[in-house]
Design a protein around this ligand. Structure first.
Ligand code: ATP
Ligand code: MG
Length: 335
């Protein structure tokens, strides 16, 4: 049986890393059929809009999309296409694994294996803030935290722990100061945690979490937190293990899920064939987990690790002289 997924090739280095990723998925015999859809600058040029209805329809129908980075031009009615996609499909869980990989220029080449689960729809990011005074010298930001929003994200984190055999969930908050918003999140998190007695739950204040992450990241397993804290923490975690070229992310809702690389379109190296395809490949591994092919996902991750260990055809960002495609082929030969 094959499964159809929506493939968005995107802008900048997007098409190059997507070609590389699809090549590896084909060698892996993941049994996928690709339905291509346009978004971003490419879509604007071809169809006159950044996010065509046909693309939304394709994602709604297939429920799963693999997406390369998209460029949002200034002044086209969108602050961000990525945010628009998350809103449209109510993709409430932003799931970002951070794992140590060998032969990367990172502070923690071993020992880190954690997943940040970030609430993606509320918190401090519901608006862009209001200006309080005419002169614009006083500003105010409203945060929204709901029981429903908190419950579904914490439940997602605990279910993920259960499904993947992880042992501990750390609830990251600032309830000592933000007593209402972060307080509600923490209260709901405790209630949900009680329903998962076999999984250890601990609570940590966000500022301490940042210090602990930098000093002893190996103590973390799954982190669950609100939108703003999750945004910052997940980038911090990507930095711990080697940066943008190795950081994937998933945006998951009940109707659809979109898998991607965390990095942008990297216009400075676009078209040169030297972009590191690993972030999108690792996003594809998350996708395979999501669609019920965890064994193929694991083979893909193992092949990436083996290729890094062998320093075979690594791209320049990893200190090698390989190309996007030669690196992908080296990975494909090990799946
Ligand atoms: P965008 O506006 O689309 O976010 P950007 O200019 O912010 O693009 P990023 O893609 O966020 O650029 O990347 C920041 C830096 O990291 C750039 O120098 C880029 O070349 C580098 N980089 C990002 N992704 C990769 C990758 N996959 N392989 C190699 N280098 C990368
Ligand atoms: Mg960027």
């Amino acid at each position: 049986m094959t499964q159809t997924i929506t493939v968005i090739r995107g802008d900048g280095i997007g098409p190059e890393i997507m070609d590389a990723t699809l090549h590896v998925l084909d060698v892996l015999k993941a049994g996928l059929t690709y339905e291509e859809a346009d978004a971003g600058m490419v879509a604007l040029e071809k169809h006159g809009e950044l996010l065509p209805q046909a693309t939304l329809d394709s994602i709604r129908k297939n429920r799963v999309a693999l997406k390369s980075p998209l460029t949002t031009p200034v002044g086209e009615g969108f602050s961000s296409i990525n945010v628009a996609l998350r809103r449209h499909f109510d993709l409430y869980a932003n799931v970002r694994p951070a794992k140590s990989f060998p032969n990367t220029k990172s502070r923690f080449p071993s020992g880190v294996d954690l997943i940040t689960v970030r609430e993606n729809t509320e918190g401090a990011y519901i608006g862009e803030g209001q200006s309080l005074s005419e002169d614009g010298e006083t500003a105010l930001l409203t945060q929204k935290v709901t029981r429903k929003g908190s419950e579904r994200i914490v439940r997602y984190a605990f279910d993920l722990a259960r499904k993947t055999g992880r042992k501990k969930v750390t609830v990251v908050h600032k309830a000592n100061i933000l007593k209402t918003t972060s307080g509600l999140f923490l209260k709901v998190a405790r209630e949900v945690a009680a329903q998962y007695p076999e999984i250890e739950c601990n609570e940590m204040i966000v500022d301490n979490t940042c210090m602990q992450l930098v000093m002893r990241p190996e103590q973390f397993d799954i982190i669950v937190t609100t939108n703003l804290f999750g945004d910052i923490i997940s980038d911090l975690c990507a930095g711990l293990v080697g940066g943008l070229g190795l950081a994937p992310g998933a945006n998951i809702g009940t109707e659809a899920a979109i898998f991607e690389a965390v990095h942008g379109s990297a216009p400075d190296i676009a078209g040169k064939g030297v972009a590191n395809p690993c972030a999108l490949l690792l996003g594809a591994a998350q996708m395979l987990d999501h669609i019920g092919q965890p064994e193929k996902a694991e083979r893909l991750r193992a092949a990436i690790i083996a290729t890094l260990e062998a320093k075979d055809s690594l791209t320049p960002d990893l200190g090698g002289t390989g190309t996007t495609m030669s690196f992908a082929k080296a990975i494909a030969s090990r799946v």
